[in-house]
Ligand binder design. Structure first.
Ligand code: ADP
Ligand code: MG
Ligand code: ZN
Length: 621
């Protein structure tokens, strides 16, 4: 876009120059006939030259109006008469001819010498090239410095400064992610009335990190903050810092923080924080990335340096928190992390409401039905869905968007998302519901494991289709054998539920099984929790960092022991499997109740889960 605009202006300049030369050649410059020196000499001799100017290299002058026949070729005379406009101008190259002056005097020709460097030649010979160079230089600089001009701006931050309402986005435009929205509304409130919060000595958070999958509305939320905070809002994206010169990114950070503090109270927003916040010093081959490291160090230093008393709050967003440098997440930097999940049924309906505000819907169209069909969709997908449906309805010359438009748009978007494995079919939804219900129910029936905080069948990330979130009861540094065994059971709960209900199993449990196997292996080889292998520990061959593991590296134990370990792992998992089958078999009615509730609501929190379990068990016993 930008490059296009620039070449556009260049063409303008070139066209203007061409036009100028054309005008000069056609209108301003009179016709001048080129004569050979001998022709010129014969004309002088015949007294046909009326006046002339002798320059350094050329002689120019005018000829007598008539009587040229025989002295010049016919075509030249014709041209002189046709274009000369009554005056016959000529030019000839000057030849070293010392006798010329005498001949001219003899022929009574008026002649003058001339200094040829007129303003035009001067212009053409050095002003124009200079202009061209300056133009080129400015162009290159502009490309390097992007929006601001020249070298001087290179260390300046490119932060866009938004003032009140200039983004046009308000909190009303953000739906379905109420927790995050509430959190940010609070931040805005901090800035508006800091005294209220500091009254009891509390400290306003320095940094808030928005974490969530792409398209869930992180950038949108930040824009809403900009629209509502009524304070200067500096916004830039992590990718803006990818610079060609070492140190420029750091300078930009410094400049942005300085500006923000100058204009405090204010908000700084760094989108795509992961682009600068990647963990430092782990790149084994390249020896790290200097520029990014410096930028990150500067950011860390600035975050430590500024003081929320002055009313500057740092907002950042990322969809890859796992690659962030741990230093960024230390307390005192991003004090708050706001997780934004894919919206649930209810949330999706609210988001649809927001995006259908400006389109014409057929009367009676039920957004809840659409929400139910779009599990896994994020806000951006839903916005896209409404648009697709509107376009389809318009293509068919309808007066309003109806359900068939939405149906088709959903199918189209789902087809696109399926490749990213983010959308699940009703059948898969059922399997995932039973799987997660299995995890949850086993967790609730084991005394030594964490309580279930939330069960969800909304796809999360690429691998996990649903998840059961457990809250640790207390901090754990030691785990007993009973606790590990219970953890094994919870991991197998999903798989066993599938076995019980569908008499078949899916691939969805692979991660659970891997983790269960890991736990069992550790119990046997590290913690001495196996009866048959006793207290001895068995080291795994250690993997050298970044180097391929040479095959056949010696283990610290014999092949026979290795076999025994494998058998013991198998045995431990089988025992857990038996236990879980017994548990879930006995509570099958409850399992079904939880799964059905999940299919209906997608998310079940702790309170609802506990209540549901109690109710079903009371009814069946
Ligand atoms: P992210 O920054 O998390 O990747 P964006 O904020 O850029 O996602 O969201 C892209 C678009 O999707 C937004 O401009 C908005 O139209 C829509 N959108 C996303 N989340 C929501 C939401 N919670 N409510 C309303 N619209 C949303
Ligand atoms: Mg974004
Ligand atoms: Zn599972």
């Amino acid at each position: 876009m930008k490059a296009k605009q620039q070449s556009f202006t260049i063409w303008y300049v070139i066209a203007a120059f061409l036009a100028l030369f054309l005008v000069q050649a056609l209108v301003l410059a009179p016709h001048v006939e080129n004569l050979s020196y001998s022709e010129f000499k014969s004309l002088v001799a015949k007294d046909k030259v009326s006046s002339l100017v002798i320059g350094k290299q050329v002689i120019t002058g005018t000829l007598a109006a008539n009587g040229l026949e025989g002295l010049l070729p016919k075509e030249k005379i014709d041209e002189l008469e046709r274009y000369g406009g009554g005056v016959h101008r000529f030019v000839t190259a000057r030849v070293d001819d010392p006798g010329l002056v005498g001949e001219l005097e003899a022929a009574h020709v008026t002649f003058t010498g001339s200094v040829e460097n007129t303003w035009l030649t001067a212009l053409l010979s050095w002003v124009v090239p200079a202009l061209v160079f300056v133009g080129l230089w400015a162009l290159v600089m502009r490309r390097m410095g992007n929006t601001q001009s020249g070298l001087l701006a290179i260390g300046k931050s490119k932060a866009k400064v938004y003032v009140e309402h200039s983004t046009g986005v308000t909190f009303d435009d953000v739906a379905g992610i109420d927790e995050a929205r509430g959190e940010l509304m609070e931040i805005v409130d901090f800035l508006k009335q800091p005294e209220r919060y500091q009254r009891l000595g509390g400290r306003i958070p320095k940094g808030v990190l928005l974490v969530g999958p792409p398209g869930t509305g992180k950038t949108l939320l930040a824009k809403a903050v900009a629209g509502e905070a009524r304070v200067p809002f500096f916004s830039l994206s992590g990718s803006d810092f990818v610079e060609m010169f070492v140190g420029v990114g750091a300078a930009r950070i410094r400049d942005m923080f300085a500006q923000a503090q100058d204009k405090a109270p204010s908000i700084i927003f760094i989108d795509e924080l992961d682009a600068i916040g990647k963990a430092r010093g782990v790149s084994p081959v390249m020896g790290g990335h200097d520029e990014r490291e410096q930028t990150l160090n500067q950011l860390l230093a600035e975050m430590d340096g500024f003081d929320t008393q002055k009313g500057v709050i740092l907002l950042a967003a990322t969809n890859r928190p796992e690659i962030l440098d741990p230093a960024l997440l230390r307390p005192g930097r991003f004090d708050r992390q706001v997780a934004i999940d894919r919206p649930d049924l209810n949330g999706r309906e609210k988001i649809l409401k927001v995006h259908t505000r400006t389109v014409t819907l057929a009367p009676g169209l039920d957004l809840a039905t659409i929400a139910a069909r779009t599990i896994g969709f994020v806000g951006a997908d839903l916005a896209n869905l409404v648009n697709e449906a509107a376009l389809r309805a318009a293509r068919q010359d309808k007066d309003a968007i109806d359900m068939t438009d939405f149906d088709e748009a959903i199918d189209r978007i789902v087809a696109g998302l399926e490749r990213k494995s983010r959308v699940i079919s009703p059948r898969e939804k059922e399997i995932v519901a039973y799987h997660e219900a299995g995890h949850a129910l086993v967790a609730e029936s084991r005394p030594h494991t964490d309580r279930v905080a939330k069960v969800s069948i909304i796809p999360r990330g690429v691998a996990a289709l649903g998840y059961t979130q457990q809250l640790p009861v207390e901090d754990r540094y030691l785990m007993t054998r009973a606790e590990l065994a219970d953890r094994l059971d919870v991991l197998l709960g999903g798989r066993v539920a599938e076995e019980l209900i569908f008499s078949d199993v899916s691939t969805g449990a692979s991660d659970d099984l891997r983790r269960a196997t890991d736990i069992a292996r550790h119990m046997i080889t590290q913690y001495g929790m196996s009866e048959t292998l006793g207290l001895a520990t068995f080291e795994q061959p250690r993997q050298a960092l970044f180097l391929p593991v040479p095959s056949g590296q010696p283990k610290d134990y014999s092949e026979r022991t290795a076999e025994a370990i494998d058998a013991e792992i198998q045995q431990m998992l089988n025992a857990a499997h038996e236990r879980v089958r017994a548990t879930l078999g006995a509570r099958r009615a409850t399992l079904e109740a939880v799964a059905k509730r999940l299919i209906q609501q997608e998310v079940v929190d702790r309170a609802a889960l506990v209540q549901l379990i109690a109710e079903t068990e009371a009814a069946t016993s």
